[in-house]
Structures are given as structure tokens and as C-alpha cells.
Write a protein that binds this ligand. Structure first.
Ligand code: MRU
Length: 358
């Protein structure tokens, strides 16, 4: 199998240097630059500035980040340790609001501390280390399992469309929406993959097209306003997208524009599947109306990071980073325990029961 840049880790713990190591995604596809981050402020900024992004990768980065924030604390008091831990956790949790994996991962890390208040600080540090490493390695298994379930839904030679980057760069390995593509590539399925460029920050063009092409797949990049034309021509058999937060009724927040793709796919009778690790399902929110949607700065739309204006100075801008796709537009939500179909709340409860029993 061909070796690619993606044999590198998207997000990992550098044990030797006590650092979070990431590929700086703001530099892709032109520069492959690894960053070794040790300070919590730099980790917060890397998440906020999308140097590391995508729901699962944000969760992993935060888990490693909060561990690094406390690993060298000099105290024997669990009271003092847990206060400092909580401060670091709350700080990292403020980096981005929509992807629930961030809070899920930080809550998992916090449960280690609160569940071991009777232990020594040294032991809790070790447990935190283990939990961060587990959160990262579980992600690889979860994505691969999602890929196996998703692959059952499509035939060799199929045309697949995806939006944004729910790829390896958004996770640890395989990605979520791209997992069937990677597994299909391993097995010679010969998929034709259409990638929406994904304005404003071009995660589709810069990241998805980059990583799938690097893995040797047949990739065609299209502008966001072209997906309808491609679907109408009969070139797309299925759409796979990722998600940042799924409400109990199946409404799904993902990169802005996903709901438009879903509506168009529905119009043309093309199934749209959301690939969702259970860590992205938020059963505390009954519907998508309650999902907090991040709004980002105007210059992402007017200058696209390149400091070359593409819109008149002073123009009013609205820049929501995500939108919510109504569950009625979704054909199925694929988790690591199989595919949930409507009614989603019931299906999710069944999946969580199964998860609990494993
Ligand atoms: O703003 P981003 O780049 O973090 O948005 C990422 C997405 O919307 C992804 O589709 C989502 O996080 C799923 S990643 C497996």
C-alpha cells in the first residue's frame, strides 16, 4: 500500500517531549508542518484557529491538552490538583462551542479525577495519561467500524459525495465520512469521489481533496454550488457527511452547507448518510434547535485567510460555521454500533444500551 503524508499522526501525544503534536491544518495543502504544543494557551489557540479541527480530533486534542496542563503540577493535595484540573478543563472547553466531542472528551477526563479523589496525585496523573491515550486509540477503532457499516451501503464503482472534511485530518485515522472511502480503497472498490470545496475556509478543497488524493483515490473537486448539477447528471450514488453534534431526534449539526446538500440529495432521491461516532450524539438536546452554532469572524468570508479582499470593505457578513440538517433529510446515521434509522431517539437509546453492555 502506498505510503502518504497521512501515515503521519493527525493528532497525538508526543510522550518524549510532553507535547500535543498536530499537523497544522491551516497550512495545508501547500505546507505540511507539524506543531508540538506544550502550553495550554497554544493548545486552546490551535483549536480555536482550526490548526486542529474536526469533531473527533478536537476531542482528542483537548483530552491530551488537559492532561499536559496538569501533568507537571507540584502538589500532594488532590483538592488543589482537582481545582487546577477544572480550571484547565473549563478553559479548553471555551475554545469552540459546537462539536460535542470536545465536551465529551473533557468530561471523560474529569470523571477520572472526580472518581479518584481518594487516590494520590501521582496515580491520578497516570490514570489521566491512560485515559487520554485511550480516547485517541478508541477513535481509530470507532472510525474503522463506521467505515465497515458504511461500506455495506454502496457498490464498487459508486459515485460518492462529501462535504467539508470529516476525514483522517478530522480524526486520528480513517475519518468518519471518509472511512468507507479508505476501506473501499484498501479493497479495490474504485469509488469516484466528489468533494465540495466547502466555503468559507475550504476544508473540502484544502483537506479532503488533499488527503483522498494522497491516498490514491479518484477525487473530483467541485464548488459548493455545483453539487446539484453533479447529482442531476446521475454521478452521485450516495452522500456521506460527518457531524459535530447530533440531537436526540437525529437533527445534525455539521459544516455550514450540509443542509443544502441534504435537501438537494433528497430532491434527487440520493441517500445521505451521517457518519457519527456515539461521542457526537448529544441525547441531552431533544432537537437540533438547541445546538449552539459557532459564528466566526467576517474576514473568513471576505478574505478567506489570504488577506486579499474578495468583498467590498465594510460589507455586512453573516458567518455561521455550522448548520443543522433536519433529521427528515437524513437516510441513516451510522455509528460504530451500526446504522440508526428514524425514529432516531429510539434507535440511539438501543445503540447506547448495546454500548453499555459491551
Ligand atoms: O470547522 P471545522 O473544520 O472543525 O468543521 C468540521 C466539520 O464540520 C466536520 O464535518 C465534522 O467535525 C465532522 S469530523 C469527523
Amino acid at each position: 500500500m502506498k505510503k502518504t503524508i497521512l501515515d503521519c499522526d493527525t493528532v497525538a501525544l508526543d510522550e518524549e517531549n510532553g507535547a500535543l503534536v498536530i499537523i497544522d491544518q491551516t497550512q495545508l495543502p501547500t505546507r505540511i508542518e507539524l506543531k508540538f504544543l506544550t502550553d495550554i494557551e497554544d493548545i486552546w489557540e490551535a483549536i480555536y484557529l482550526l490548526k486542529v479541527r474536526g469533531a473527533p480530533a478536537i476531542g482528542v486534542a483537548a483530552a491530551i491538552g488537559v492532561y499536559l496542563a496538569v501533568k507537571d503540577l507540584q502538589t500532594d493535595s488532590m483538592e488543589v490538583f482537582s481545582k487546577k484540573f477544572k480550571k484547565a478543563k473549563d478553559y479548553l472547553a471555551s475554545s469552540r462551542p459546537t462539536a460535542v466531542n470536545l465536551f465529551w472528551a473533557l468530561d471523560r477526563m474529569e470523571a477520572v479525577v472526580t472518581g479518584h479523589m481518594q487516590c494520590g496525585v501521582g496515580e491520578v496523573k497516570e490514570l489521566l495519561h491512560r485515559e487520554a491515550v485511550n480516547i485517541r486509540s478508541e477513535d481509530i477503532q470507532v472510525c474503522r467500524r463506521i467505515g465497515e457499516y458504511a461500506l455495506e451501503l454502496v457498490k464498487p464503482g459508486a459515485g460518492l459525495l462529501t462535504h467539508c472534511n470529516a476525514g483522517q485530518l478530522a480524526a486520528v485515522k480513517y475519518g468518519t465520512a471518509t472511512a468507507p472511502m479508505y476501506l473501499g480503497q484498501e479493497r479495490g472498490y474504485g469509488f469516484r469521489i466528489y468533494v465540495d470545496e466547502t466555503r468559507p475556509l475550504l476544508q473540502g478543497a484544502r483537506l479532503t481533496a488533499f488527503e483522498l488524493q494522497a491516498a490514491g483515490m479518484d477525487v473530483t473537486l467541485i464548488c459548493d454550488n455545483m453539487s446539484g448539477a453533479v447529482m442531476k447528471k446521475g454521478l452521485v450514488d450516495a452522500v456521506f457527511v460527518g457531524c459535530d453534534r447530533v440531537a436526540a431526534n437525529g437533527d445534525t449539526a455539521n459544516k455550514i452547507g450540509t443542509s443544502v446538500v441534504a435537501a438537494v440529495a433528497k430532491y434527487y432521491g440520493i441517500p445521505l448518510y451521517v457518519c457519527a461516532p456515539t461521542s457526537t450524539i448529544d441525547m441531552s438536546l431533544p432537537t437540533g434547535d438547541k445546538i449552539p452554532i459557532e459564528e466566526r469572524s467576517d474576514d473568513e468570508v471576505t478574505e478567506m485567510w489570504y488577506e486579499k479582499r474578495m468583498a467590498p470593505a465594510g460589507v455586512k457578513v453573516y458567518n455561521p460555521c455550522f448548520d443543522v440538517t433536519d433529521h427528515g433529510l437524513i437516510s441513516g446515521i451510522i455509528t460504530e454500533y451500526g446504522m440508526a434509522k428514524a425514529p432516531y431517539e429510539e434507535a440511539f437509546r438501543e445503540i447506547f444500551r448495546e454500548k453499555l453492555n459491551k
